[in-house]
Design a protein around this ligand. Structure first.
Ligand SMILES: Cc1cc2nc3c(=O)[nH]c(=O)nc-3n(C[C@H](O)[C@H](O)[C@H](O)COP(=O)(O)OP(=O)(O)OC[C@H]3O[C@@H](n4cnc5c(N)ncnc54)[C@H](O)[C@@H]3O)c2cc1C
Length: 439
C-alpha cells in the first residue's frame, strides 16, 4: 500500500492523489529509461485506454508503434475513474434523436454496447486479470418524476434500439440497494465493472508483447509536420519521426495540440474509497454489485470494489483536480455517501483522488483527423468502454482496415472562450445545480 495514505484521519491525505486502482495494480518492469526508436510508423501520444488499445492493435497489425506517456500508463483518467463500463451515451437518447435523427442516434447508442463487448473481448484475448464482472448498470431516480422518465426511456430503448432494461419501483429498491433515498431505478444488465488499473497495465503489457514500444515518464513536448515524411514528436528522450501520429491525450491535452485543447474542456471529477467493509456489508449496500449512478446532472456514482470497499464518486465541485480541491471534494463526497448510506457514517476513507474528464461542447465523443493528426477524445465520463473501443477503431483506420467511427460526422466546435484556464467551471456548476433543482 502507498506510504502516502494516512490512517489517523478518516479521510486519508490526498496530497499524493494516488487512486485506489493504481495503488492496487501490480506494476510491471520499469518503462521510464528506454529510448524510443528514431523512426516509427505510428507515434501514439498518451498511455490511457485510447492510446494503449490503439498501440496493441497497431502492433498486432504489423505497424512499428511507439507510445509516449508523460506519467505512467493509466495515470490520466484511465486509472482514476469509477471502473464502470456503462451502456448509453452521456446525453439522453431522446436528445440524441432530436439532434442527429433516429438512425444516427441508434448507431451511437449501440456503439456503447459494442464498446463494452470489445472491452470484454480484449480482456479475454489478452488474458488480462482485471475482475471483469457483467453485473449491470443501475440508474437511481433522485426524484419521483425521474422514475416516470425512466418508463419512457425504457419504452424508447425497447422500440428503437431493442435494448432490454428492468424497472425497479421504489417498493422493490431494497432488492437493489441498502438505502431508502431513491424513488426507483432502471437496470441495464449489459453494464459491467472492472479494475481499471489492472486493465491499463494489462493493455500496456499486451501491446509490448505484440511489439509496441511503451515509454513512460516521456512527455511529448512538440508535434511538428515534416512534409511528405509525416511528423516529428519531440520528447526529452529523443525526437521520433512517424508517418502517423495519434493524439490520445483527451482531458490532459493542455497546449500540446491547441486546436484540440480548444475543443476539449477538462472537468474535475472526484472519488473516495472506503476501508474494506467485508462481504456481508457490501451485500447490503449493493446486493447485485451493480454500477450505480443517480439521475441528476451533478450525479453520484458508486460501486463495490473487487476487495469489498465502497467506491463513491461525483462531480463534487466544479473545479480542476489539485491537492486542496481533492481534499474539499473528498469531504463533500463523504457527506454525500453518508446521506445515501447512513450506516457508513464513521467508516474510514482510505483513498481520495481527483481526475479530469474530457467534455466537448456537445458532450459527445469526437474522433477523426485534423491537419493530418489523428485524435479520439471527449468521452464525457463514458470513456472506459468508448476510449478502449475507439483506440481499436483508430488503429483500424490507420491500418486501412474497415473501422467504425460513429462520431465522424458530428461537428467538433471550439468551446467559446476556452483557451486554457477553465474560468467557466463555476458557472457551469451553477447551471447544472439549477437544472437539477428544476428538473
Ligand atoms: C474521476 C473520474 C471518474 C470517471 N469514471 C468513469 C466511469 O466510471 N466510466 C467511464 O466510462 N468513464 C469514466 N471516466 C472517464 C474515463 O476515465 C475516460 O474517458 C477515459 O479513461 C479516457 O481515456 P483516454 O485514454 O482517452 O485518456 P487518459 O486516460 O486521460 O489518457 C491520456 C494520457 O495522455 C497523457 N499525456 C497528456 N499529455 C501528454 C504529453 N504531452 N505527452 C505524453 N503523454 C501525455 C496523460 O498523462 C494521460 O495518461 C471517469 C473519469 C474520471 C476522471
Amino acid at each position: 500500500m502507498n506510504q502516502a495514505r494516512r490512517r489517523a484521519s478518516r479521510i486519508a491525505s490526498t496530497a499524493a492523489n494516488v487512486p485506489y486502482w493504481m495503488d492496487t495494480a501490480p506494476r510491471p518492469a520499469v518503462r521510464d529509461n528506454t529510448e524510443p526508436s528514431r523512426r516509427v510508423d505510428v507515434a501514439v501520444v498518451g498511455g490511457g485506454f485510447t492510446g494503449l488499445t490503439a498501440a496493441l492493435n497497431l502492433a498486432q497489425g504489423g505497424a512499428h508503434v511507439a507510445v509516449v506517456e508523460k506519467g505512467v500508463v493509466g495515470s490520466g483518467a484511465s486509472g482514476r475513474n469509477g471502473g464502470m463500463c456503462t451502456t448509453g451515451m452521456t446525453i439522453s437518447f431522446g436528445l440524441a434523436v432530436k439532434r442527429y435523427g433516429e438512425d444516427a442516434a441508434r448507431r451511437m447508442y449501440v456503439a456503447y454496447n459494442h464498446a463494452i463487448d470489445y472491452v470484454e473481448s480484449v480482456i479475454e484475448s489478452e488474458s488480462i486479470d482485471c475482475s471483469w464482472q457483467r453485473s449491470g448498470r443501475m440508474t437511481l431516480a433522485a426524484k419521483p418524476s425521474h422514475f416516470e422518465g425512466f418508463k419512457q426511456t425504457q419504452e424508447a430503448l425497447r422500440e428503437v434500439v431493442g435494448q432490454k432494461t428492468v424497472l425497479v419501483p421504489k417498493e422493490g429498491m431494497r432488492e437493489e440497494i441498502g438505502s431508502d433515498l431513491y424513488h426507483g431505478g432502471i437496470v441495464d444488465p449489459l453494464g459491467a465493472g472492472l479494475h481499471v488499473g489492472r486493465l491499463a497495465n494489462g493493455l500496456a503489457e499486451a501491446a509490448e508483447r505484440a511489439g509496441a514500444e511503451v515509454h513512460e515518464q516521456n512527455e511529448a513536448t512538440g508535434i511538428r509536420r515534416t512534409g511528405a515524411s509525416g511528423f516529428t514528436v519531440d520528447t526529452p528522450r529523443g525526437r521520433i519521426t512517424a508517418a502517423k501520429v495519434l493524439v490520445a491525450t483527451n482531458a490532459y491535452t493542455g497546449r500540446l495540440v491547441p486546436w484540440l485543447g480548444r475543443r476539449v474542456a477538462p472537468v474535475g471529477s472526484f472519488i473516495i474509497v472506503t476501508e474494506p467493509l467485508g462481504e456481508s456489508v457490501c451485500a447490503e449496500l449493493l446486493p447485485n454489485r451493480r454500477m450505480a449512478s443517480t439521475s441528476l446532472s451533478l450525479l453520484y456514482y458508486f460501486r463495490i470494489t473487487p476487495d469489498n470497499r465502497l467506491l463513491f464518486g461525483g462531480r463534487a465541485r466544479f473545479a480542476l483536480s489539485s491537492p486542496e480541491s481533492d481534499q474539499k471534494s473528498a469531504e463533500i463526497l463523504e457527506r454525500g455517501m453518508a446521506k445515501v448510506y447512513p450506516q457508513l457514517a464513521g467508516v474510514r476513507i482510505d483513498y481520495a483522488w481527483g481526475g479530469l474528464v474530457g467534455f466537448a461542447l456537445d458532450r459527445m465523443p469526437h474522433a477523426g483527423e485534423h491537419d493530418g493528426l489523428l485524435y479520439s477524445v471527449a468521452y464525457a465520463g463514458h470513456g472506459v468502454q468508448m476510449a478502449t473501443y475507439m483506440g481499436h477503431q483508430m488503429a483500424n483506420t490507420i491500418l486501412g482496415k474497415p473501422a467504425q467511427n460513429p462520431w465522424a460526422d458530428v461537428p467538433f466546435r471550439a468551446i467559446p472562450g476556452h483557451f486554457g484556464p477553465t474560468w467557466y467551471l463555476p458557472f457551469a456548476g451553477a447551471y447544472y445545480r439549477l437544472k437539477d433543482w428544476l428538473k
